[in-house]
Ligand binder design. Sequence first.
Ligand code: SAM
Length: 246
Amino acid sequence: GGKLYLVPTPIGNLDDMTFRAIQILKDVDLIAAEDTRHTQMLLNHFDIHTPAISFHEHNTAERIPQLLSKLQSGQTIAQCSDAGMPSISDPGKELVAACTEDDIPVIPLPGPNAGLTALIASGLTPQPFFFYGFLDRKHQQQVVELEELKNRPETMIFYEAPHRLKKTLKTMQEVFGKERRVVLARELTKRYEEFLRGTLADANEWAQTQEIRGEFVILVAGNDHPDQDDNQPMGSPIEQIDQEIE
Ligand code: SAM
């Protein structure tokens, strides 16, 4: 019968593709890829000739019935995103839900993931951890989200686009306070991989002097004094820093 394979792909370093992932991509009838052109480069590199169709956030609704009918007719499909694990801040979850509802087997492969890769080298307490993914893009909504997370004791994992990193770090400092520990994991598995570790004040100071390039995971230490309010009163150094930046 039909089966859906969830196939993680490299987050930068092609050598992180597993033997099993390559084999599954070769063996399935069809690959449902977030971006077929992007995935085609991977397929070419590993000499995989399986046909691929697009499956992304803008065509999920129309694709699901098409993919389900192929699966029901006995075809095997591998779903992958541009990088890392499908469904983790990436397309996939609706298809998985549809398959589980229709009793179509869903077979996940282990593989690359930016958040966990960053976490294990961060030096922050690796567990418990709280995976958040992307915050909202709007400042006001970010503040609301961060306020909810502020007293959590777990190490928190965030994704962010490079062009929003500066602003997001600033908002994190506004809400979590300048002393909260943070680790920026940059360009994981790639040539310029780098870890920046310090307080949110350090991270902001660093970010303001940089042209932000590359991909980042932001890891924030959990709150170990949840009763204390980390927010600084008016006229504190944070206010002064904000003024300097703006
Ligand atoms: N599905 C992916 C996973 O399992 O990690 C995440 C995809 S999400 C659309 C992309 C975000 O993941 C980036 O904005 C960045 O925060 C993070 N990311 C992906 N690759 C990375 C890398 N090589 N180094 C650091 N962060 C990365």
